[in-house]
Design a protein. Structure first.
Ligand SMILES: Cc1ncc(C[n+]2csc(CCOP(=O)(O)OP(=O)(O)O)c2C)c(N)n1
Lengths: 325, 340
């Protein structure tokens, strides 16, 4: 297979899986026309009746997907922007995450919620958000956040095969930015495993989504200065690959956690706690978090957007500091 | 060059067919035109790479201006939605401010570069700050209506959204709440036929949004949203009645989205060209101009003169706004909490 972008990886995977499994159907706003990012383009013609435009109501999309999944179908709920998922929080938090638990597995919800997240697109406060911290706090829901096209393909397949609700986070800035020869790239097929995307000895950088790419760019720049960073692509945020995370922290003795979300209550806190709890004796420096400042949402103007978002320069600077510690 | 012609002063007497004075009719045309011309320039700036994003109300100018003019500016609250440039112009925004907002400039009073363009808000003018999350403002409007009622203040709140947004629970909850408490809220739905790519049939099984009012025991009306005068004549009595304690009102203005959803959208993939051409004949600006000209309210030269004035304001606004300061990076900080 040739090179493909993230959005092509998603579209081709939906296409292939819908062709294979007639239980899969798509529900979301504007999906029949292909969706605002064109992830579902062409699918309605190929799978009539199985790509369904929903009314503009996110709680309907996810609430209805829950019912359909309970019945035994495999709904793929598309939330047009992650920022708009909150109206459905109740359905994910109070219902979906507890479906299996409260029935001791008598019932389950094989459903995928796909949604574009993240900033760097001049989307302002409501088209840029990181939502992972809310949903990783819900055991019972799996949260997947790939970075490379090949992983988007393999993990979307895994999500569609899973018997549990999977929140599949797609970084919108990377949709057309990141390409990969998916046939010759590593592809993680198991939800819950992280990957060492780059190996180094001086420190470990943990990231996902756009920040994974920025971290790899920073690591490449640091290498020319003689600083060798390991970069861990987390891939799944819930459940976490605790072993890979700890192993790398122990091996390098220094941990830099990067995310786009704001600092306090962000997912990095969980990673830092894990490492502090289980790898403390191996650490040579305090754990460092590089995140957005504690303001309610990403501002619109590019000057402030850049200020808000971590990037390769900020990551390299933080890594240099940490390496020198 | 034509010599400057002294213009006949506008009468403030109400014209029987219009229930509006000449002065008000001139204002109507001015605001509608300003809204359209500003939006056109915004799109041009976006194509030149000088603005990141535009979302506009082309086709909805009559619906917006006619409704806003039925309010008591500065007294009544407005909880608009992103297409409501026309309403904001009536409420005191000028061309320069509209351009500041587009460019996310430091001094844009709507949100100082913190929100995307067209996310209006101005506390001094009683325009309620809004997010991108559609229909939330309907509940906020109910809350303002409740507070006004509790405070015995004779004010009205007008809140807007598109027909697609009425699919959300917030719409239904707001109608229910406002009706239970008979709050002075006008729910003003601008039905432009689209929710991005989705037609109205995908959003609701009833023909009119207004049909839903009955379920909440609320009065409602459907009005031709391409006709600014008809809009005013429909909204004004509802506002007056609400002010007198007559309770909420749902008004659906049927209009048409003449442009793509936003500067990010390609409408050719879901809208036939022919359909657009048909609707372009009902462009609210064209209709208004034809009517006042035919009725002999204004001579053509007067309308041309308004057009020239608007062009000049837009030109000036762009030139001026481009030179205004951008927010500094650190301006991202601050006001997370309101300090004493
Ligand atoms: C809760 C929420 N979901 C999705 C979106 C993305 N979105 C922005 S505008 C829009 C369509 C709105 O349609 P309508 O209410 O008919 O208003 P129109 O844009 O046609 O004026 C959608 C889906 C949003 N802003 N908010």
């Amino acid at each position: 297979m040739a090179e493909m972008t993230v959005i092509e990886a998603i579209r081709t995977t939906l296409d292939e899986e819908m062709g294979r499994d007639s239980r899969i159907f798509i529900l979301g706003e504007d999906v029949e026309a292909g969706g605002v990012f064109r992830a579902t383009e062409g699918l309605v013609a190929k799978y009539p009746g199985r790509v369904i435009d929903s009314p503009l109501a996110e709680s309907s999309i996810i609430g209805v997907a829950i019912g359909a999944a309970h019945y035994g179908l495999r709904p793929v709920a598309e939330i047009q922007f992650a920022d708009f998922i909150h109206a459905a929080f109740d359905h994910l938090c109070s219902e979906a995450s507890r479906w299996s638990y409260r029935t001791r597995g008598d019932a389950c919800l094989p459903m995928v919620v796909r949604t574009p997240w993240g900033g760097g697109v001049h989307g302002g406060q409501h088209h840029s958000q990181s939502i992972e911290a809310y949903y990783t706090h819900l055991p019972g829901i799996k949260v997947v956040a790939p970075s490379f096209p090949a992983d988007y393909r393999s993990l979307l397949k895994a999500a569609l095969a899973d018997l549990n609700p999977v929140l599949f986070l797609e970084h919108k800035r990377t949709y057309r930015l990141i390409r990969q020869d998916v046939a010759n790239a590593p592809a993680e097929t198991v939800i819950g495993r992280a990957r060492i995307a780059r190996k180094g000895t001086d420190l470990t950088i943990y990231a996902y989504g756009l920040m994974l790419h920025e971290s790899l760019a920073a690591a490449a720049a640091l290498a020319s200065e003689g600083i060798e960073a390991t970069v861990v692509d987390l891939l799944t945020l819930q459940p976490l690959d605790v072993e890979t995370i700890l192993e790398s922290a122990r091996a390098t003795g220094k941990a830099l956690i990067v995310h786009e979300d704001t600092l306090t209550g962000g997912f990095g806190g969980e990673l830092a706690a894990l490492i502090a709890e289980h790898a403390f004796e191996h650490l040579d420096a305090p754990i460092r978090r590089l995140c957005a400042p504690d303001i309610p949402a990403m501002p619109y103007h590019p000057n402030m957007e850049h200020f808000f978002m971590p990037d390769r320069e900020k990551i390299a600077a933080a890594a240099r500091d940490l390496a020198a510690y | 060059m034509t010599a400057a012609r002294p213009r006949r002063p506008r009468s403030r007497e109400t014209l029987p067919d219009y229930l509006l004075s000449e002065q008000q009719l001139e204002d109507m045309y001015y605001y509608m035109l300003l809204s359209r011309r500003l939006s056109e320039r915004m799109m041009a700036l976006q194509r030149q790479g000088r603005a990141a994003f535009v979302i506009a109300g082309a086709g909805q100018e009559a619906a917006q201006v006619g409704a806003a003019m039925a309010l008591k500016k500065g007294t009544d609250y407005l909880a608009p939605y992103y297409r409501d440039l026309g309403m904001n112009l009536v409420y005191g925004m000028d061309a320069r401010e509209a351009m500041l907002n587009l460019l996310g400039k430091r001094d844009d009073p709507n949100s100082f570069g913190r929100q995307m363009p067209s996310h209006w808000g101005n506390a001094a003018r009683r325009v309620v700050t809004q997010s991108s999350v559609v229909a939330t403002q309907l509940l906020h409007a109910a809350g303002i209506g409740l507070a006004a009622k509790l405070s015995n203040d004779p004010i009205v709140v007008l809140t807007c959204c598109g027909e697609g947004s009425t699919s959300r629970g917030d719409f239904h909850e707001a109608l229910n709440f406002a009706s239970i408490h008979r709050l002075p809220v006008i729910f003003y739905i601008q039905n432009n036929g689209f929710a991005i790519t989705e037609r109205t049939e995908k959003e609701m099984a009833v023909e009119n949004v207004a049909d839903r009012a009955r379920a909440y025991n609320m009065q409602s009306a459907v009005v031709d949203g391409m006709d600014c005068v008809a809009v005013y004549q429909t909204v004004r009595p509802a506002v007056d009645q609400a002010r007198r304690g007559g309770g909420p009102f749902l008004i659906e203005a049927k209009c048409y989205r003449l442009w793509p959803h936003s500067s990010d959208d390609d409408d050719t993939r879901y809208r036939p060209r022919k359909e657009l051409e048909e609707w372009a004949k009902k462009d609210p600006l064209v209709l208004f101009r034809a009517r006042v000209e035919t009725d002999g309210i204004f001579p053509r030269e007067d309308l041309d003169e308004i057009e020239a004035r608007v062009e000049e304001e837009v030109r000036d606004a762009v030139q001026w706004a481009l030179m205004q300061p951008d927010p500094a990076p650190e301006d991202a900080l601050g006001y997370v909490y309101k300090e004493l």
